[in-house]
Design a protein. Structure first.
Lengths: 356, 654
């Protein structure tokens, strides 16, 4: 598929940059996505770098280092925070550089010796406090949000590929194919999606790893969500199909695929693009809701929904849990919505309309 | 012609009669009784067919040399200061699926309110002295040689609808529980296999004979609530639907009126003013509230918020989270003396919280791996950090059975070196890139823990983190209660985190969870070797899939043993064998119960009794409505009372 940017599109993009609110939201989100890619360097219980006996170690990625690697007497993974303290006490050449948030989203780390929610504590670097089993909230929030974002991007891409392909085909070929597909879609879209997710998820063996489970959840959600896209694509394709330029290219002997991909698709792009951010919003909401209800990812996977659930259960005694999760969710959804509105406005052919 | 007319008239009359009959039937079916169906003749026929089981004799047949007991020397239960009256406000997390007390869905938490804690049985264990005090029975006599108990029933006993309770209701109990109509195979089995016969001598005298001698003969004979024969007259294949929402007449103090069932929202119990036992010695100071209103509140945090508002009278504070964080001693309502907090140390067979390892699974069938898992599971940390040292480590699957619990068995402690040593013996010597042990075939040392306890999933996440240190990975699967129970009952689990509930029994049971009968269909061939084609048996409590001929032999010996010392000895050996089998990782036990309650809920001095498992189960508490008014007024006006945080440790085990 070769979608060359035409002057129209370039104009639209320029327009998007002029809408400051949406543009900056986009930059913030992009920055966050980049941070997410290197998340293990920012939020992790593994050190970024360790210098031990003249040798450098970079434990962030790759295999774990047992305690024996650094002269400790245990075979399980080194506790780098303790190691750092130890090296500082020894005062030698050895040193440890920890990430800004030196906790993994799974470990129970309690200052008081009791596993319970503890308020934000900058000295211990629990910047947002800990949850009900003394796990760092910032770490859980960060990885939970990352999962939700990657998930919803994947969701969006899959939904669009299926939705656009089928929608275009329906609009372009029309006739019996169109009618048949429409009826099938109507039936399909009447299956309640949330229940299906719950049912499917309850039969997946727990032995599957977390990424596989996320992938299955993604597939199930995509299977039940692609239908709405087809309606828009179908009408748009219908509209474009009867335009003169399509007729002209057909007269010139263009094949169906060439007409669809080279002529029709670039012209319906505007419709597609405006829906994208809202698809992401709905995907983030859906996965959060599932986790909140306890049907999402298995514990102890960090997630926004799980944090919200803990937060509402400890509303009075640990308000920092719900505050963190809620604020993150609001900011995330608001940013994406701002971007969506800006895109819609930028792609709106009528420049001066209600959207301003 | 005349003949024809008279025939027509006759037909018309008959039609009218039928119509009338119809209307009365539908009326009565929705109220009580019901004349549409009457299985009395079927019951009689059943008795006749099973004449060996249902025997009819005369009072002259009762042996003369019996020693009759009546438990009357035991102390009263409850306080004479108890006030009658008032309404108790409670919460249930789910609306009962049925008002039946047997059959599908009947075994929910609500049944306690209409059967287990409320209905009067023939006799009950005294919560302090352990021996029996009378309920419907006025006296009983044991004939050890013939494993028979003779029982005299109280002629005063009445069903809540006024019908007298008679020996026929006891016979009917056996018919009822043996019949397939009730769709309750466990009961069918229990009431057939364990008994030899029930004999009626007159309307208020019976005897019950068990299938063989047993040391706890009395509990098998006396712990029954009769079944109301007149009420179950319409018993049939449609039992489940027909009786779904009909309140069963009870021998106990509380009844449910139709108008008090607000489906999905609340259900209210009302004290029966004409309750036959209201002035009887062991019953007069109990069941004090006029009404018990139970609202459906689905979420524990919400139940707690309701309690804190004063909408509910009591709240269980067993979880450390509630006792220390959500209702700490410093809470204004506690400090101002509006809400009382109480810890009561009790004696009770402890629920078996722990990891039940399915030994049929690959890798888990290796003893070294099971022992390694035992050493790699850090319950001590959970108890110390999560339960804040309030709970204790469970040592066996039979803790709390007094001398039947082997005192020499101590659960294996968390020990990374030992765990690694045993894993190494099983071939797991190398650590993979994620720190999990791997064997030469590339298998990871990872198992799934299945649980239905959503509120305890935090415990599992702590165990998971700790086990990783020993190179063991736990994957956690949290299902809802029913699904999880089904999964472990069908032996689909690697490891189940669950507990078997406990009820007050003299000695533990082993057959249920250790005997090979409950692990496989035909575990062994006749020559004693392992049956190569054996299949796992579903729907049994042998979650461990343990099949060991030595254990089987001891259990069979244990179950038939009538000598208490021998039984104890066998119990100790079985517990030792089970320990060596390492298929159960004992978790924690809670040696007390804790409760928070508003000032107007009153308990007797000393709070409760030795053998109790909840604060409200005996119904010795009462509501003082005057204090309720006073407290609420004081709370509004900002006046306070002395705080009341009590620990009752008179029954604490040393």
């Amino acid at each position: 598929m070769n979608l060359r940017l035409n002057p129209q599109t370039i104009k639209k993009l320029r327009r998007f940059r002029q809408i400051k609110r949406g543009y900056f939201s986009f930059l913030v989100l992009a920055l966050f996505l980049v941070l997410c890619l290197f998340g293990e360097l920012l939020v992790n219980d593994r050190a970024i770098a360790v210098k031990y006996e003249g040798e450098m170690y970079f434990p962030t990625y790759g295999a774990f280092h047992p305690g024996t690697d650094f002269g400790l007497n245990y075979q399980y993974e080194v506790n780098y925070r303790d190691l750092k303290v130890l090296f500082e006490q020894q005062g030698g050449d050895n040193w440890v550089m920890m990430p800004p948030v030196p906790y993994s989203p799974f470990e129970n780390d309690s200052a008081s010796g009791v596993f319970r929610p503890e308020a934000p504590n900058f000295d211990a670097r629990h910047f947002l406090g800990t949850d009900s089993t003394s796990r760092d909230i910032l770490a859980r929030l960060f990885y939970g949000t990352r999962t939700a974002l990657i998930f919803s991007l994947g969701f969006m891409i899959c939904v669009y590929i299926i939705g656009v392909a089928i929608g275009c085909a329906m609009g372009f070929f029309g006739g019996w194919f169109d009618i048949l597909c429409q009826r099938l879609i109507e039936i399909w879209s009447n299956i309640p999606f949330l229940y299906m997710v719950i049912i499917v998820f309850s039969v997946i063996p727990a032995a599957y790893s977390i990424p596989i489970r996320i992938a299955i959840l993604l597939i199930v959600m995509v299977l039940f969500s692609w239908t709405s896209m087809t309606y828009y694509m179908r009408t748009e394709t219908y509209k474009e199909k009867v335009r003169d330029y399509v007729a002209a290219s057909r007269v010139m002997g263009a094949s169906n695929s060439r007409i669809i991909f080279r002529h029709i698709l670039p012209n319906v792009l505007a419709t597609l693009v405006t829906f994208m951010p809202f698809t992401i919003v709905s995907a983030v909401t859906a996965i959060t809701a599932l986790d909140f209800l306890g049907f999402g990812l298995p514990p102890p996977t960090p997630s926004l929904g799980e944090l919200l659930k803990q937060g509402t259960a400890n509303l009075r005694t640990a308000p920092w849990i719900v505050t963190s999760a809620f604020t993150t969710l609001v900011i995330l959804l608001t940013i994406v919505t701002f971007i969506g509105e800006a895109i819609r406005e930028a792609f709106d052919p009528k420049k001066y309309t209600v959207y301003r | 012609m005349n003949q024809l007319v008279s025939r027509l008239i006759a037909l018309l009359v008959m039609a009218l009669l039928v119509a009338c009959g119809d209307s009365t039937e539908t009326d009565s079916a929705t109220t009580a009784g019901g004349s549409e169906r009457d299985i009395s003749s079927e019951v009689e026929a059943y008795y006749a067919e099973h004449a060996d089981f249902f025997r009819f004799k005369t009072p002259a047949d009762i042996p003369a040399d019996l020693v009759w007991e009546d438990g009357s020397e035991l102390p009263d239960i409850g306080s004479p200061d108890a006030r009658k009256g008032g309404t108790f406000y409670g919460a249930i997390s789910d609306f009962p699926r049925t008002l039946r007390t047997v059959g599908p869905d009947s075994n929910g938490a609500f049944r306690n309110y209409i059967l287990d804690d409320v209905a009067v049985q023939l006799a009950h264990r005294h919560p302090e002295e352990y021996s029996y005090y009378p309920g419907i029975a006025t006296a009983w006599a044991v004939d050890e040689g013939n494993h028979t108990v003779y029982i005299k029933m109280d002629p005063d006993a009445r069903w809540s609808d006024g019908v007298p309770v008679t020996a026929d209701d006891m016979l009917f109990l056996y018919f009822f529980n043996q019949s397939s109509y009730i769709v309750a195979p466990w009961y069918n089995n229990f009431y057939s296999v364990n008994y030899d016969n029930i004999t009626k001598y007159d309307d208020h005298t019976i005897s019950i004979t068990t299938a063989g001698p047993r040391p706890d003969l009395l509990s098998y004979a006396l712990e029954h609530t009769p079944a109301p024969r007149h009420f179950y007259k319409e018993l049939g294949d449609d039992f489940v639907e027909r009786y779904q929402w009909r309140f069963v007449p009870t021998t106990g103090a509380y009844v449910v009126h139709d108008e008090d069932v607000d489906k999905g929202r609340s259900i209210t119990l009302t004290r029966n003013d004409d309750w036959w036992a209201k002035d009887k010695k062991f019953w007069r100071n109990r069941y004090n509230m006029d009404r018990i209103r139970l609202s459906v509140i689905r979420d524990t945090p919400k139940i707690f918020e309701s309690f804190k508002r004063g909408d509910l009278d009591t709240f269980g504070l067993n979880l450390a989270e509630y006792w220390y964080e959500k209702l700490p001693d410093t809470d204004p309502d506690v400090q101002n003396g509006y809400i009382y907090k109480t810890v009561f140390y009790n004696q009770w067979p402890r629920p078996t919280y722990g990891l039940w390892i399915n030994t049929d699974r690959p890798l888990l069938n290796d003893l070294n791996i099971r022992i390694g898992i035992n050493y790699a599971t850090n319950w001590d940390l959970v108890i110390e950090r999560f339960f804040r040292g309030d709970y204790e480590r469970l040592n066996t699957a039979n803790d709390g059975y007094g001398r039947y619990t082997n005192p020499n068995i101590k659960a294996r402690p968390f020990d990374i070196d030992k765990a690694q040593e045993y894993f190494a013996k099983a071939g797991f010597t190398r650590r993979g890139p994620d720190g999990v042990l791997v064997n030469d075939q590339g298998q990871r040392l990872a198992f799934t823990i299945t649980t239905g306890y959503e509120s305890l999933q935090d415990v599992l996440t702590i165990l998971k983190e700790e086990a990783l240190k020993a190179g063991l990975e736990f994957r956690i699967e949290v299902l809802d209660q029913t699904a999880s129970f089904k999964k472990v009952q069908e032996k689909q689990h690697d490891i189940g985190f669950t507990a078997f509930g406990s009820f007050l029994e003299e000695y533990p049971r082993f057959w249920e969870y250790l005997h090979s009968d409950n692990a496989y269909d035909q575990a062994f061939l006749p020559d004693g070797s392992v049956n190569p084609d054996r299949k796992l048996k579903a729907q049994t409590n042998n979650l461990l899939s343990v099949a060991d001929p030595e254990i089987d032999r001891l259990i069979e010996q244990y179950d038939t043993s009538t000598n208490a010392d021998e039984k104890m000895e066998l119990a100790h050996r079985l517990e030792q064998l089970h320990f060596e089998n390492a298929s159960f990782v004992p978790g924690f036990k809670q040696p007390f119960y804790r409760v928070g309650y508003w000032r107007w809920v009153r308990w007797p001095e000393g709070f409760s009794y030795k053998y109790t498992d909840s604060a409200t189960g005996l119904y010795i508490h009462w509501i003082d409505e005057e204090i309720r008014e006073e407290t609420l007024a004081a709370r509004r006006a900002g006046r306070s009372f002395p705080p009341h945080i009590e620990v009752y440790d008179q029954y604490r085990a040393q």
